[in-house]
Design a protein. Structure first.
Length: 325
């Protein structure tokens, strides 16, 4: 069993030292509920910011990846991009970052990710790789426009088998800077999940680097979810170092990038609207980076699949050019 006993505990300690101790600088706010659960607002009732977004992205991956801002390729997007790198892709992305926990309580809905997923251990991907976590705490990230109530924290703590006093939930809306950044940081994760669905053994992946442009923050749900997805679907580039047979990569590679999907080719907001804003009607194969490069450690050869679509990004991001006079 692939157990990560320090995944939640070490992330909890890091949050206390690097986030809670620097709330004012990060523009985040901690709420301690009556049941002892801690909810840290990264972008619902507070503004959050760039540093909060970097911190939230690291928390999503259980501190198992590096995250930094760099300049994007101007041919793709004339702005910043988020660069993610990890030597523990299975742990960072599938045991932690993948938003595989849909949390509902009454009218409340959130997409749950972070180390708490490994602690809960109730997802197909976790079962497939026999991933568990013996931590005494649970740390999660919720993508939601609202902070969770006591009842929701009790539900999450119970599923993770920890007391509420050992639960920390970091929350951000996709209409915030931090919320946008933590979604864009999922470039590697999308490629791993797509490969998993295609039957590729993720244990063959040794390291990964992913980049995607950071779109403007949108103020409505559909536009926000569209821009953050488009950043990866049409501007994301992932490089994976793998140990496999060349013919295996040649066969599976073309099936991974987003352009292999029937829903590829227009801003995600339009696709989402066409399906009546029902996520489950969208082709799951769409959620992948625009470009995938696979470097084979066994043969020394590399293979590149997919292509960028800067015109779709420009339409999605609402970019307009203002000329100086």
């Amino acid at each position: 069993m692939a157990t990560y006993p320090s995944l939640n505990d070490r992330t909890l300690q890091w949050i206390e030292q690097q986030v809670v101790a620097n709330e004012d600088d990060l523009r985040v706010k901690t709420h301690i509920l009556q049941n002892g659960a801690r909810v840290i607002d990264f972008g619902c009732g507070v503004s959050g910011g760039i540093e909060a977004g970097l911190a939230l992205s690291k928390i999503c991956m259980g501190l198992s990846a590096n995250v930094q801002l760099t300049a994007a390729d101007r041919a793709i997007w004339n702005g910043p991009q988020l660069l993610v790198s990890t030597d523990s892709p299975l742990k960072a992305c599938m045991a932690s970052q993948y938003a595989g926990w849909k949390i509902t309580h009454g009218k409340y809905f959130a997409m749950g990710s972070g180390p708490m997923r490994a602690k809960r251990g109730k997802e197909t991907v976790l079962d497939r790789f026999v991933i568990g976590d013996h931590s005494t705490s649970a740390v999660g990230v919720l993508e939601s426009d609202e902070l969770p109530t006591e009842e929701i924290t009790e539900q999450i703590a119970a599923e993770c088998n920890v007391p509420t006093s050992k639960l920390i939930l970091c929350v951000a809306s996709t209409s915030s800077i931090a919320g946008v950044m933590q979604v864009v940081a999922r470039s590697i994760e999308t490629s791993l999940h797509k490969l998993f669905e295609l039957g590729f053994d993720l244990n063959q992946i040794r390291s990964g680097v992913g980049s995607a442009p950071i779109p403007p923050v949108a103020k409505d749900f559909a536009t926000g979810i569209g821009r953050t997805n488009d950043a990866i679907l049409y501007g994301g580039h992932v490089t994976l170092w793998v140990d496999a047979q060349d013919d295996q990569l040649v066969a599976i590679g073309p099936k991974v990038p987003s352009n292999s999907s029937r829903d590829f080719g227009q801003p995600f907001a339009k696709t989402f609207k066409a399906y009546g804003y029902d996520f489950y009607k969208v082709d799951p194969g769409l959620f992948a980076p625009a470009v995938l490069t696979m470097v084979n450690l066994r043969s020394g050869k590399s293979f590149r699949f997919g292509h960028f679509s800067p015109d779709v990004l420009k339409e999605s991001f609402g970019e307009s050019e203002v000329l100086a006079t």
